[in-house]
Design a protein around this ligand. Structure first.
Ligand SMILES: *Cc1c(COP(=O)(O)O)cnc(C)c1O
Length: 454
C-alpha cells in the first residue's frame, strides 16, 4: 500500500459553496405546492425548514454562496479531506487507469453527511429554533446531525428506519452518545407511522416513511424544524465543498478526471463531488468528462425510474419534486447499503440526467461487497456499503480501460467508512447476502398512481 495523498492547508477550505443552477442552460423544474399546484415560494417552505435553507433551496441566481464563519470553523475539525491516488488498487487490477478517491470517511462520524448537517443546524440556531427532527436510514445522517445539534445546543429527535435500528445498533448508540433521541420508524408516535403499522405490522421501514414521521413532528411542534440529509438542492449545495477541494487537489496531482463516480442514494455526495467539475463541462471546458452515479440494482431510480413529479416521502407531506422516481410508495429490498434505499433523485440531478449530462449505472449487492473487499485489501480502508457501489462502478471503468489499453483518470468519492457496518460484511463472508432484482411490473405498479404533471 503505497498510495499517494494530496493534502490542502486549512486556509484552503472553500469560502463559498457552489450553486450549479445558474450554470445550467436547462434549469431544474420548480418544486410544486401539492395543494395549489403552483411553483413553491420560499415562504411556503418556512413552516418546515429554516429560512436560510428555504431560500437556498430556491436560489437560481447566485453561483457562489458564502459559507458562514462558524460553519467553516467546524469544518476545520476534519477538513480539508485528503485526495488519494489509489495505486494499490490500480496495481491489483493491473489497469492503466489512474484512480483517485476523495476521502470523506475521515469526518468524526465517518461520512460526508456532516458537511450539510453543520450548515443546517447552524441556520436553525441563528433563527432561534430550539428543536429539530430528521430521518435516518443506515444512521449516517442521524449521527452527523446529532453531533451538529449538540454543538449548536439544539434538541434532536431522529426517526431511524426500523431495519437499520435493529441491524445497526452502534449507529443508534452514536446518536445517543451525542445526546439525540432515536425512534424506530414506523412508530406509533405519528399519524403517518400508525397508518403504516396498521396496514403492515411487519413493515421494516423506509426512508420515505421516516421522512413523513419527522416532517409531521416538525409541523406539529412549536419552534421545531425539519432537517433533511439528501435530495434537496440546499443539501447538494453544502456538499460541494467535496468537489471544490478535489478540484484543487487534482491540480496538485497534475491531472483532470475523465470519469467522476459517486454512489447515489438521494444524490448529496454525488452532487458534492460532481458539480464543481460539471461546471466546467456546462461552460464548454472538459466536455468529454463523464459523470457516473452508482445506484443499487434493488433501488434503481435513475436507471429505471420515470421522470415525473413525486413526493419526497411516503405519506405525501413534502412538496412535489420533479424527479426520476420509483414512486414514493416503492418499498426497496432490505439491502445493507441503507443510505441508498431511497425512491428518487433530487430536482437538479434529475434534470441533468434527463439532459444526458450525467449517467447512471446499477450495482448488485454482491458486486458491491466484492468491490469493498478488493478496496480494503489494496487501500487499507474498509468502505461503507454505500460507498462500495462507487468502488464497484470505478473498478468496472478501470477494467474497461485495461481491455481497451487506454489510460483514463477516474475520480470517485469515498463517502464513508464501513467500520460500523461489519455485520453486513459478516453476512457477506457467510454467503448470507443476496442480489435483489426489481421487476418491470413492480416499477410499473409503484409508479402508476403518480399524478401526470409533466
Ligand atoms: C447517506 C449516505 C450515502 C447516500 O446518500 P447521498 O445523498 O446519495 O450521498 C452514501 N454514502 C454514505 C456513506 C452515506 O452515509
Amino acid at each position: 500500500m503505497e498510495s499517494k495523498k494530496f493534502l490542502l492547508q486549512e486556509r484552503e477550505i472553500p469560502q463559498a459553496w457552489y450553486n450549479i443552477i445558474p450554470d445550467m442552460a436547462s434549469k431544474p423544474l420548480p418544486l410544486i405546492h401539492p395543494a395549489t399546484k403552483q411553483p413553491l415560494t420560499a415562504e411556503d417552505l418556512y413552516p418546515i425548514f429554516s429560512k436560510a435553507a428555504s431560500q437556498q433551496e430556491l436560489n437560481t441566481t447566485d453561483r457562489w454562496i458564502e459559507i458562514p464563519g462558524e460553519v467553516r470553523e467546524m469544518y476545520r475539525i476534519w477538513r480539508p479531506t485528503p485526495l488519494v491516488r489509489a495505486t494499490g488498487l490500480e496495481k491489483l487490477l493491473d489497469t492503466p487507469a489512474h484512480i483517485y478517491f476523495k476521502n470523506e470517511s475521515v469526518s468524526p462520524v465517518g461520512s460526508h453527511k456532516l458537511n450539510s448537517a453543520i450548515a443546517q443546524a447552524y441556520y436553525c440556531k441563528q433563527e432561534g429554533v430550539t428543536n429539530i427532527t430528521t430521518e435516518t436510514g443506515a444512521g449516517q445522517w442521524g449521527a452527523a446531525l446529532s453531533l451538529a445539534a449538540k454543538h449548536f445546543g439544539l434538541e434532536l429527535a431522529v426517526y431511524m428506519v426500523k431495519i437499520s435500528f435493529n441491524q445497526k445498533p452502534y449507529r443508534r448508540s452514536i446518536m445517543q452518545t451525542y445526546g439525540a433521541e432515536v425512534i424506530s420508524s414506523p412508530s406509533m408516535s405519528t399519524k403517518a407511522g400508525r397508518k403504516i403499522i396498521t396496514n403492515q405490522p411487519n413493515y421494516q421501514g423506509s426512508l420515505g416513511t421516516a421522512i413523513s414521521e419527522a416532517v409531521e413532528l416538525a409541523m406539529s411542534t412549536p419552534n421545531c424544524k425539519y432537517v433533511l440529509g439528501s435530495v434537496l438542492n440546499h443539501v447538494a449545495l453544502h456538499q460541494t465543498v467535496i468537489g471544490l477541494e478535489a478540484e484543487k487537489q487534482m491540480e496538485m496531482a497534475g491531472e483532470y478526471p475523465d470519469v467522476v463516480v459517486a454512489c447515489f442514494g438521494g444524490g448529496s455526495n454525488f452532487s458534492g463531488l460532481a458539480f464543481p467539475f460539471l461546471r466546467h463541462k456546462l461552460n464548454g471546458d472538459h466536455a468529454a468528462t463523464r459523470f457516473v452515479a452508482a445506484e443499487p440494482a434493488s433501488c434503481p431510480k435513475l436507471t429505471r425510474g420515470i421522470f415525473q413529479y413525486d413526493f419526497g416521502d411516503e405519506a405525501g407531506y413534502t412538496p412535489l419534486i420533479p424527479m426520476f422516481t420509483l414512486g414514493h410508495n416503492f418499498q426497496p429490498a432490505n439491502i445493507h447499503a441503507g443510505g441508498l434505499r431511497y425512491h428518487g433523485g433530487g430536482a437538479i440531478i434529475s434534470q441533468l440526467k434527463h439532459d444526458n449530462l450525467i449517467e447512471a449505472v446499477d450495482i448488485q449487492q454482491l458486486d458491491s461487497f466484492k468491490a469493498a473487499t478488493i478496496f480494503a485489501r489494496s487501500e487499507g480502508i474498509i468502505p461503507a456499503p454505500e460507498s462500495s457501489h462507487a468502488i464497484a462502478a470505478t473498478i468496472n471503468e478501470a477494467l474497461k480501460c485495461k481491455v481497451a489499453g487506454e489510460s483514463k483518470t477516474i475520480l470517485f468519492n469515498l463517502s464513508g467508512h464501513g467500520l460500523i457496518d461489519m455485520t453486513a460484511y459478516d453476512r457477506y463472508f457467510a454467503n448470507d447476502l443476496a442480489n435483489h432484482e426489481v421487476t418491470a411490473q413492480e416499477i410499473a405498479q409503484s409508479t402508476k398512481d403518480l399524478e401526470k404533471i409533466l
